[in-house]
Design a protein around this ligand. Sequence first.
Ligand SMILES: [Zn+2]
Ligand SMILES: [Zn+2]
Length: 500
Amino acid sequence: MSEMDESRHWADVIAENVAATREKHIIATGITPSGSIHIGNLREVLTADGAYRALCDAGVDAELIYIGDTFDPLRKVYPFLPDDYAEHVGKPLYAIPCPCGNCANYAEHYLMPFLESLKELDIAPTVYRAHELYGNGDFVPATMKALRNRDKIAAILEEVSKRAIPADWSPFNVLCESCGRITTTQVTGFDERRETVDYTCDCGYAGTVPVKGNGKLTWRVDWAARWGILGVTIEPFGKDHATRGGSYDTGTRISREIYGYEPPYPIIYEWIHLKGKGAMSSSTGVTVTISDMLRVMPPEVLRYLIIKTKPEKHIDFDPSRIVELIDEYDRATGRARELSQTETSLRSDIPFTHIVTALQIASDPDGFQEVLRRSGYAAFDMESVQRRMENALNWLALYAPESVKFEVQETLPPVVESLTPEQRRGLLLLASGISDDLTASDLHDLVYEVSEEVGISGSKLFQAIYIAILGKKSGPRAGYFMASLDREFLLKRLREAGRE
Ligand SMILES: [Zn+2]
Ligand SMILES: [Zn+2]
């Protein structure tokens, strides 16, 4: 790869690779709404959206679509479901009651919050639900073709995936009229003219139903068929589908040989690892939901977290380090703006780290603004600060490591007894050196001057300051921290702690 490629964003490189291949590009993404849709899943959507925006920026006609796989069956009773969901295993997600009782069905229960999060992230795909596409009859011609070409498809699957295909295998799974399951039926015949299939079910039922709306193609055939039906030209998918003999390989051959459609340009993406817990997955419960994340960081930062890394590299995500991530985003704003040109939210000029510190110093919202002013932020956009304030409060409550949390002690903490004579002298000297006009960085420099004067290291004096004010050995950046405190309180405390 040339240096120039390295310096360009991956999405622009993809856009350039595919731009000339078609008049219009349709970028597809889809997730089975069988459980909470987490930020691991979000990578797929943001990757698709990244490619979509890059194509739009390059002046190419493009559309982003999202397919909710609502016709997929419930595979098992997941740990987060009540036991009585056992009776629904094997039924399509759209036909199962919702776990909370307030949504249209099981699929919507997980789909709705996800689609809401997409709005916040300023992603607006055309949304399809698989059971509606099948119900409308959109898949009927592809299904009849698959039934006619059953042997040819079975041969492709065996050849590419090296798996034996059972003699009774059918590319179509019928939805049983009696028990409502889609995983327990066998196709026994079909009528080309009437567009119906005959089937038997493990529940003992046997019947004949129209293909339209009464079943779906099996996953590997469904994926290939939908490319042609929806005109998909670009699709990101997880590395599990990209293995040799995997569903993209079989899909490619089925698409070309059965449906005469050139498969989409693949964008293979890696997983997001949750710090200390491994790859995120709905079925194992190792997840952070997208709405959880939007409580602790602005949407543009969540987008930045995922889009800044090339899809083929995994992302380590550590919720306890969100402060650093947000500050990094702010520093990289020029580039971030380039990545999300339609972003509507405001960027704050106050580092998130400072907001986290100020919130812990202040006792109420008025006090919070006062703290910001004292530390040198005379004018700021209250709306953007307000949003970050909410993020910071949630983060402190949910993910902040103990090392970041502190409380200003209202009275002199007993632990000041541990201070050495030099540290005490340092605190007294510091107090006498602080005048009203000193800024955060002046205060920072002053700590070093004083520590030299009393013959201890800077870090020893910083420790003494934290002990005097917080009752512990560490705290936020000292210059900014001291500047944020009420000056009278600060001087009084330094003198108290410095006295024998
Ligand atoms: Zn619900
Ligand atoms: Zn049945």
